[in-house]
Design a protein around this ligand. Structure first.
Ligand SMILES: Nc1ncnc2c1ncn2[C@@H]1O[C@H](COP(=O)(O)OP(=O)(O)OP(=O)(O)O)[C@@H](O)[C@H]1O
Length: 222
């Protein structure tokens, strides 16, 4: 499903953010990605989203070599990938419904289908009764759930999350992780970057560890 073969990424200033990174994530996997600040976690996710290209090596998604995806096909590639950020990146002047609907509206879905899918996504994250609420009236955990609903509303095959529990207390963090596990159980491949070693070691999924751009743990599937 997600396959890195000796992938290196060197930024223009000559900094090696990833060095010869190889791993495989199967379709039904939920995998954590950890490592110190600057270890290369965000860079690895940017390569999967095609926000950046590898300098050397091969990134394959579903058997497709991303080096072969033309610029005009990048939006199509991204539609298969839901992304969750630490700071939600919500539109604070729009209600919850509009925030979740945004990716579908950009993709040109008709309004009835938008309504159906947005409510299905809000239902999955337990926020069906909040569709008219403004984001600022929600708690941090609820805002993060809106971000997750927006990430899954297009029914992506892959879900990437960059520090999704960074601002949340331990109990809310566990709840958010349970949501990711639920999406994984219905067939979504999930990759979560997190510094929260206490939380992720308790959850017993595979952990990929980066150190200065090298993968030092977790390359093989169990
Ligand atoms: N666009 C860029 N240009 C140059 N260097 C970059 C760029 N993006 C990241 N880097 C550098 O590459 C290295 C890896 O950064 P990256 O953001 O992938 O790390 P990270 O593990 O996600 O860190 P954090 O946990 O702090 O978010 C860092 O040294 C960073 O300064």
């Amino acid at each position: 499903m997600i396959n890195f073969e000796r992938v290196s990424k060197r930024y223009a200033e000559g900094h090696d953010a990833l060095r010869e990174v190889s791993f495989e994530i199967a379709r039904d996997d939920l995998v954590f990605l950890t490592g110190h600040s600057g270890a290369g976690k965000s860079t690895l996710m940017r390569l999967i989203m095609l926000m950046d290209r590898a300098t050397r090596g091969k990134v394959m998604i579903d058997g497709v070599d991303l080096a072969r995806v033309a610029r005009r096909n990048i939006p199509g590639h991204r539609r298969d990938i839901g992304v969750v950020f630490q700071n939600h990146q919500l539109l604070f002047d729009r209600p919850v419904f509009d925030n979740v609907a945004l990716p579908l509206i950009i993709s040109g879905y008709d309004y009835r289908e938008v309504g159906r899918r947005v409510r299905a996504a809000l239902d999955k994250v337990g926020l069906l009764n909040k569709e008219r609420a403004m984001p600022l009236t929600l708690s941090g955990g609820e805002q993060q759930r809106v971000g997750i609903a927006r990430a899954v509303v297009g029914r992506p095959r892959i879900l990437l999350a960059d520090e999704p529990t960074g601002n949340l207390d331990p109990e809310l963090s566990s709840e958010i992780m349970q949501l990711f596990e639920a999406f994984n159980q219905v067939g979504v491949t999930v990759l979560i970057a997190s510094h929260d070693l206490a939380l992720i070691s308790r959850l017993r999924h595979r952990i990929l560890t980066l150190r200065e751009g090298r993968l030092v743990q977790g390359a093989a599937c169990e």
